[in-house]
Write a protein that binds this ligand. Structure first.
Ligand SMILES: [Cu+2]
Length: 278
């Protein structure tokens, strides 16, 4: 027998909520070189906090039971401000601080140094400029001259980014309007795109496939639909895709492109000179 539609919707909603609640039990598949670092910090935090939470709950239940009211056993009021109480409270606070904050800070800075702030350099690095707008993603590839902001730049269809597998990718981004955040759940990276400045992030795909690009910063009424698609493919397919998306170039004149922005409201020449990273 079919369940009524409302019931089905409700149970689907519950499934979604439960799924969201255990995100890190069943996270989006990690298909990146360094994503495991993020996962391990989160798993460590979850584990330690889970253990402490268990201890607190057990202690609470024990005290509630052991000191429950009974005949001839009145309530005792205690402000907990004796030296002994202060030492125990301070000590426990310090234990939590050292075993959670200090440890994850140490791991996080090691990961930043070794991976996330350690931008790859060299010939094989793919550079992409990203310009989010309300509510879409614009991408730009340097084209044959290897320079951005020139007329041979390759601008694919909005919301579609392609990269080759096993190649380091450096993304620089700026925003056309408000703050957006470039989020690749399967790569465990997220970076704000802020008006007036250029920010950067890098990653490397270890598997082929089509993955989500999400905006992780509430950027307006259409934030929810600001979705893009990242296709990871072989180097050969990627090169073909670039050729397919290459602009037709009558000459080097930007003026020919004046009308190009009619659809998106953004002129085609939005790119900037690549900012060399230290
Ligand atoms: Cu956005």
């Amino acid at each position: 027998m079919n369940k009524p539609r409302v019931m089905r919707q409700l149970s689907n909603r519950w499934k979604t909520m439960i799924h969201a609640g255990i995100w890190f039990k069943d996270p989006p598949k990690d298909v990146s070189l360094d994503g495991y670092r993020i996962d391990s910090v989160i798993q460590y935090t979850d584990l330690v906090i889970g253990i402490y939470f268990g201890i607190v709950v057990v202690a609470l239940i024990y005290f509630i039971y052991a000191y429950r009211s009974s005949l001839g056993n009145g309530a005792v009021y205690d402000h907990g401000d004796k030296k002994k109480n202060v030492i125990v409270t301070g000590g426990l606070g310090l234990l939590v601080f050292c075993s959670v904050d200090v440890v994850i800070e140490t791991i996080a800075f090691r990961d930043l140094r070794e991976a996330f702030w350690n931008f790859p350099k060299g010939e094989n690095v793919l550079r992409i400029e990203v310009l989010p707008q309300q509510f879409a993603w614009n991408f730009r590839y340097a084209g044959p001259d290897d320079e951005f902001g020139t007329s041979d730049d390759i601008i694919p269809t909005q919301n579609h980014m392609h990269i080759p597998e096993n190649t380091p990718v450096v993304v620089q981004m700026a925003s056309w309007d408000v703050i957006h955040s470039f989020y690749l759940p399967n790569f465990r990276i997220k970076q704000d795109a802020t008006p007036g400045m250029i920010t950067a992030i890098w990653f490397q795909a270890t598997e082929k496939g089509v993955f989500d690009i999400a905006c992780a910063e509430l950027c307006g009424n259409g934030h929810y639909k600001m979705k893009g698609y990242l296709t990871v493919e072989s180097k050969e397919n990627f090169d073909n895709w670039l050729i397919e998306n290459a602009p037709e170039l009558p000459d080097d004149d930007w003026d020919d492109w004046d009308d190009a922005g009619e659809e998106t409201g953004i002129p085609e020449e939005w790119g900037w000179t690549w900012k060399e990273l230290k």
